[in-house]
Design a protein. Structure first.
Length: 183
């Protein structure tokens, strides 16, 4: 039997560079022995998704609850992806004060497609510590479907949040054992 190496595909989109910056922080936290390939969503299609059972998706939210522009362009194709057998973690960047009624909605918009198309979402993150009015990403009260980052208002918390979330998702992907070694 062929043993497929465990690898992660990370797909992100960023309009003004904030999600790109957050992506770099996430990559720095992922153990070097984990194979991870990173793609700007503006440069790929759904075919690249076929290569991975483990996915990390990153995006910002714009214009009152819309997807980041490259994800918006890709969204029709995204909705056709079969996510069964895939584990997916999503991080979203937003502004809870300026856009508190739509905070990190993009996480929820992508996450719902993943679930509807048979995928398993991992990396749920508590809403505690944020101050917002509503979010499509809050799939059950008190929990976002993925990691929410707010560089506009809580930039000082970004690194700590990422550090904790990366440990969480590596365990949920089963890429680390309890002893911290790669499985
Ligand atoms: C015109 C405009 C609309 C925005 N709309 C939202 C929104 O609906 N929800 C949200 O959480 N953030 C919103 N934001 C905040 C951005 O998502 C945030 O600034 C983010 O860091 C941008 O990341 P990017 O440079 O990777 O695209 C908006 C920002 C601007 C300037």
């Amino acid at each position: 039997m062929e043993i497929k190496p465990k690898k992660i595909g990370l797909f992100y989109g960023s309009d003004t560079g904030t999600t790109e910056y957050v992506t770099e922080l996430i990559l720095k936290r992922i153990d070097k022995v984990v194979q991870i390939n990173t793609y700007d969503i503006s440069e790929v299609g759904s075919l690249e998704f076929d290569d991975y059972d483990f996915l990390i998706l990153g995006l910002s939210t714009w214009f009152d609850g819309d997807l980041q522009s490259d994800w918006e362009s890709f969204f029709a194709a995204f909705k056709k992806i079969n996510f069964s057998k895939k584990k997916v973690a999503i991080y979203g960047v937003g502004d809870q004060i300026g856009y508190g009624e739509f905070f990190v909605d993009g996480i929820g918009i992508l996450g719902r497609v993943v679930v509807d198309n048979g995928g398993k979402m991992i990396g749920a993150w508590p809403t505690e510590g944020y101050d917002f009015e509503a979010s499509v990403a809050e799939f059950v009260p008190g929990w976002f479907m993925g990691l929410a980052i707010d560089e506009d208002n809580q930039g000082e918390m970004t690194e700590q949040r990422i550090e904790e979330w990366v440990i969480q998702i590596m365990a949920e992907f089963s890429l680390i054992t309890e002893k911290g070694a790669v499985a």
